[in-house]
Design a protein around this ligand. Structure first.
Ligand code: HXC
Length: 263
């Protein structure tokens, strides 16, 4: 077996599915798990056939947080000296889109991992939360930052300060997740794979540019962001996919589906 803590597959030639697989620990995010996840992500990023990735857990837990048992005896010198958790952010460096398909618990680092993905789909059983406050710590991988940007200050404060879990329905109403799918085992993964397939059918370069543009909205002023967007937009006119998609000799004019070559 290639990995110990995750499973990988390609349910579609153009989509990688990564499943967190530490069922006995509710997918607690251990060091070993993260190394494997990073390895699988890097492989998907390099695979020319792959246009999108789906990250999921089990029905009971997407991930119940950082591995508390691994973390509990660490001292400041350990966590600071070894820059604890710095390898958690590799997923945010992906150019290809990553969809989180969340069932059950997405708590602490699990919620933060979902928020590092580009789109979150939730099953009706999903529960999101930042319970770190109950452990005498605070979120350390985006729970005070990405969550605040996603749901605003008041709701982020409530979640982070009380440590209570929110339901899938609340998460959708608050804009944390893009959709709560219908009931049924496996439904959230099924819909995430469909969405990933749709994204993978588009031109790879324009998908990457679009993702870069949306992410820039979190970093830049509106003026700079719009400038960056326009430059990205203009740059796509250097691609074959733009010619195929929009020009007189391309798919739109000929009323057919575009055949993108990712060039
Ligand atoms: C290590 C964990 C774990 C975790 C669950 N387990 N969460 N182990 N780290 N985060 C283990 C349990 O110890 C138990 O192992 C097994 O998984 C099943 O869990 P139970 O508690 O028996 O299940 P249940 O009663 O259904 O309760 C589910 C739960 C609860 C509500 C999700 O497990 C829970 O509260 N977990 C901790 C959630 C949490 O605090 N997450 C934040 C972590 S801090 P055994 O061996 O006993 O069977 C964090 C910081 C990140 O994420 C900051 C930087 C990124």
């Amino acid at each position: 077996k290639e990995y110990e803590y995750i499973l990988t597959s390609k349910p579609d030639p153009n989509v990688t599915l990564i499943t967190l697989n530490r069922p006995k620990a509710l997918n607690a995010l251990s060091n070993g798990l993260f190394h494997e996840l990073n390895h699988a992500l890097a492989r998907a990023e390099l695979d020319n056939d792959v246009g999108a990735v789906v990250l999921t857990g089990s029905e009971k837990a997407f991930a119940a947080g950082a591995d508390i048992k691994e973390m509990k005896d660490k001292e400041f010198a350990d966590v600071y000296g070894q820059n604890f958790l710095s390898h958690w952010t590799q997923i945010t460096e992906m150019k290809k889109p990553v969809i989180a398909a969340v069932s059950g618990y997405a708590l602490g680092g699990g919620c933060e991992l979902a928020m590092m993905c580009d789109i979150i789909l939730a099953s009706p059983t999903a529960k999101f939360g930042q319970p770190e406050i109950n452990l005498g710590i605070i979120p350390g991988a985006g729970g005070t930052q990405r969550l605040t940007r996603a749901v605003g200050k008041s709701k982020a404060m409530e979640i982070v300060l009380t440590g209570r879990n929110i339901t899938a329905q609340e998460a959708e109403a608050w804009g944390l997740v893009s959709k709560v799918v219908g009931e049924g085992e496996g439904q959230v993964v099924k819909e995430a794979l469909e969405m990933a397939k749709t994204i993978a059918s588009k031109g790879r370069l324009s998908v990457m540019a679009a993702k870069e543009g949306v992410n820039a909205a979190y970093e830049l002023s509106l003026h700079e962001g719009l400038h960056f967007e326009r430059r990205l937009f203009q740059s796509l006119f250097a691609t074959k996919d733009q010619k195929e998609g929009t020009t007189g000799m391309g798919a739109f004019a000929e009323k057919r589906k575009a055949q993108f070559t990712n060039q």
